[in-house]
Design a protein around this ligand. Structure first.
Ligand code: 1CP
Length: 334
């Protein structure tokens, strides 16, 4: 069997066409997902391996994408640490016991092996149900982004408490990062053991940092984390708004660097160096535009990738996602 295009691209090997998958490809824009969510709370869905696997596999097959991503959330790992994770209806996540002091860091629990066994079980079932041609991506939040949720108590625009904590008590910050590195490394290894073919580290909010703060307070921890993940499985290192941080993220590691739409793909790739793979670059809001515009954008990104192997909003029309997947496959066929 040929190597699936997604895994070939992760390893910078030639593929028949450029693989495509979407962040939040399973979500509220899909009627099938909404139907399941009418009966089941979000956390309950994550904690029910049969349902989580069904959402993962059903979505990938329906969309015709080149990878499935396990249905879970970056914040699940915070719950067994004792943070008290809740998803209140309609809103984002809330942390019942935010971390605001060195003593709060000390009170966090080590994640027991097995605490997140339901995710590993969902990975196992999804892998068993997927065709061999479709790789399964496991994932976790990166330490900075997880720390931000822990410290802010939920989502945040400025991450002001997080930065203040980092700059005021660097020792407690380091202790927090070290705990998160241990928990996330074990969690990703458990997903790999269960059958994940690649893993993605989401540093969704790291773009708020000055490069010097990233280098001092984040980079060493991410490097340690990526180094601790069992070798042989491609690691995708993703962040948003990272135009100021690309070289630093590259230095922290990853086989693939995930970027967003705020930087041209060719510019990002030449800064990263072509000895690493690149993923991403389409603005999710572009999927609200007419199909002709979606195809134009897909062609532009593929053009910038120059033949090199290269979150859906709830109001996104499903046909537009299908059109994107078709456009990428058709325009990049070789
Ligand atoms: O049913 C619902 O309304 C829940 C919405 C939802 C979904 C579908 C949340 C709550 N999480 C998820 C699943 C999810 N989250 C996946 C599953 C797989 C897929 O992509 O199909 C993934 C990979 C995530 C990752 C995630 N969760 C990120 C990183 C993604 C990014 O855009 O950078 C983040 C920041 C989260 C936290 C989170 N979970 C959910 C929400 C609404 C949020 C963001 C809240 C905030 O703005 O702070």
């Amino acid at each position: 069997m040929e190597t699936p295009p997604f895994l070939a691209a992760c390893r910078r090997q030639p593929a028949r066409y450029t693989p495509v998958w979407l962040m939040r490809q399973a979500g509220r824009y899909l009627p099938e997902y909404r139907a399941i969510r009418e009966k089941t709370g979000f956390l309950e869905l994550c904690r029910t391996p049969d349902l989580a696997a069904e959402v993962t596999v059903g979505t990938a097959l329906r969309l015709g994408v080149d990878a499935a991503i396990i249905f879970a959330d970056i914040l699940l790992v915070l719950d067994p640490m004792g943070a008290g994770l809740e998803f209140t209806r309609g809103d984002g996540p809330a942390i019942q016991h935010p971390v605001r002091s060195a003593a709060d860091v000390d009170r966090l629990r080590e994640v027991e092996p097995g605490a997140l066994a339901y995710v590993a079980e969902a990975v196992k079932r999804a892998r068993a149900a997927l065709p061999a041609t479709i790789p399964l991506i496991g994932f976790a939040g990166a330490p900075f982004t997880l720390a931000s949720y822990l410290i802010e108590g939920g989502g945040s625009r400025l991450h002001a408490r997080t930065k203040a904590f980092m700059l005021t008590d660097p020792g407690a910050w380091r202790a927090l990062m070290e705990r998160l590195v241990r928990a996330v490394a074990a969690y990703l290894d458990a997903q790999i053991d269960a059958g994940a073919d690649a893993v993605q580290l989401f540093d969704s909010w790291v773009g708020c940092l000055a490069p010097s703060d990233y280098r001092t307070h984040v980079l060493p921890h991410v490097r340690e984390l990526i180094g601790a993940i069992r070798p042989g499985t491609p690691v995708i290192h993703f962040g948003t708004d990272t135009a100021g941080l690309l070289e630093c993220m590259r230095a922290a590691g990853g086989d693939v660097i995930g970027i967003d739409w705020r930087i041209d793909l060719d510019a990002a790739w030449s800064r990263l160096g072509h000895d690493v793979a690149v993923q991403g670059n389409l603005d999710p809001v572009a999927l609200l535009a007419p199909v002709a515009e979606i195809r134009r954008r897909a062609a532009a990104i593929l053009g910038q990738a120059a033949g090199r192997p290269g979150g859906v909003l709830p109001q996104t029309p499903v046909e537009h996602v299908l059109a994107l997947v078709d456009a990428v496959h058709e325009l990049s066929a070789r």
